[in-house]
Design a protein around this ligand. Structure first.
Ligand code: MTE
Length: 325
């Protein structure tokens, strides 16, 4: 297995990060992720991409509320002729700065994070403001699985089967007014549970992101509650996160607690932290280098191979029209 350690060019120096309290043996995790046989997800999908990939029941059955919800059918329109990244690799190479900047330790530091009960407040310029309980939402929305490319601004990528529903389905429920031009999304603020929020006080917590209304209602845009045929584990942004596959991964805000419809373009976490490096639009573009590295290629975390980066991460047919002119 290749676990690449990408140079943290975009990060605050590691020396400024206080060592975390919790750190268990990584090998135990890897051991848990192997040898359990082929799970329900693998059977559903034929698992031809990775026949040896075992599914760890302690990960995908980690919350009782998700019993009976996953796996769900894959939307045939959103599959890829590419190997799906091994789950153990995807689940142990994460960006979730609330816990740590160290990608291969996020899963451990996020393990105890509490994702129930969980509410999502949908507010701002809408006719029907609502606060949703996460499980009511999951049980009433049209869940589907989609295999998407996922491309980080740090020039690594993976191919992942997400389970969720189109963001538009939620937007239709709250009926934005004609004044709503942007959607702002906010992550939890719980320094007592998230060590990174306690120790990295130079970041503008809580994590916040935004899309234009046209981006939010685009058919690619999903609110995601599952991955690999089970509920999202904490390191991937449980219990609900955004996925916009044509944009760099930092737009895909994890563990959302608030969605607000606004008139003016809102500030975003990374644009506030480093405005010259992370813009608000952030579409994947091999021709526009990051100020400190090229975006022409990316490293597939599954194989370690360096592959060409595609404009809009390969999703131009769905979104290029949004940016003309
Ligand atoms: N959301 C929150 N709340 N905090 C974060 O640090 N990191 C982003 C994004 N969403 C981040 C976040 C970045 S930089 C990336 S590349 C993706 O999450 C990584 O998602 P993954 O760990 O599920 O692959």
């Amino acid at each position: 297995m290749t676990l690449i350690k990408t140079r943290k060019g975009w990060e605050i120096p590691e020396s400024r990060v206080t060592p975390e309290e919790v750190y268990t043996d990584r090998r135990q995790f890897m051991k848990k992720l192997t040898g359990l046989g082929v799970g329900a997800y693998a059977l559903l999908n034929g698992c031809s991409e990775n026949p040896s990939q075992a599914q760890d029941q302690s990960v995908w059955r980690s919350i009782p509320e998700a019993e009976g919800v996953y796996p769900v059918s894959r939307n045939a329109k959103f599959t890829l002729d590419l190997a799906i990244t091994r789950e153990d690799i995807a689940a142990s190479y994460n960006n979730f700065y609330e816990f740590t900047t160290d990608k291969d330790r996020v899963w451990q530091l996020a393990e105890q994070f509490e994702t129930r009960p969980w509410q999502i407040e949908v507010t701002g310029l809408v006719h029907k403001k609502q606060t949703f309980d996460i499980d009511e939402l999951i049980n009433t929305m049209p869940l589907e699985e989609r295999v998407y490319r996922h491309r980080c601004v740090e020039a690594w990528s993976m191919v992942v089967p997400w389970t969720g529903f189109p963001f538009k389905a939620l937007i239709d429920k709250v009926e934005p007014t004609s004044d709503a031009k942007f959607v702002r999304m906010v992550t939890f603020l719980r320094p007592e549970q998230a060590v990174g929020q306690r120790t990295q006080n130079w970041y503008p917590w809580p994590y916040h992101e935004a899309l234009t209304m046209a981006e939010a209602v685009n058919e690619l845009t999903m609110l995601v509650t599952g991955i690999f045929g089970h509920a999202l584990p904490n390191q991937h942004g449980a219990p609900i996160r955004l996925i916009t596959p044509w944009k760099y991964g930092y737009k895909s805000i994890k563990s959302i607690v608030q969605i607000e419809f606004v008139r003016e373009q809102p500030a975003t976490f990374w644009n506030t932290a480093a405005p010259s490096e992370y813009d608000i639009v952030s579409n994947v573009n091999p021709k526009v280098p990051h100020p400190r590295w090229s975006q022409a290629t990316e490293q597939d975390i599954n194989t370690g191979e360096r592959i060409p980066t595609l404009p809009f991460n390969g999703y131009g047919e769905y979104v290029a029209h949004l940016y003309q002119g």
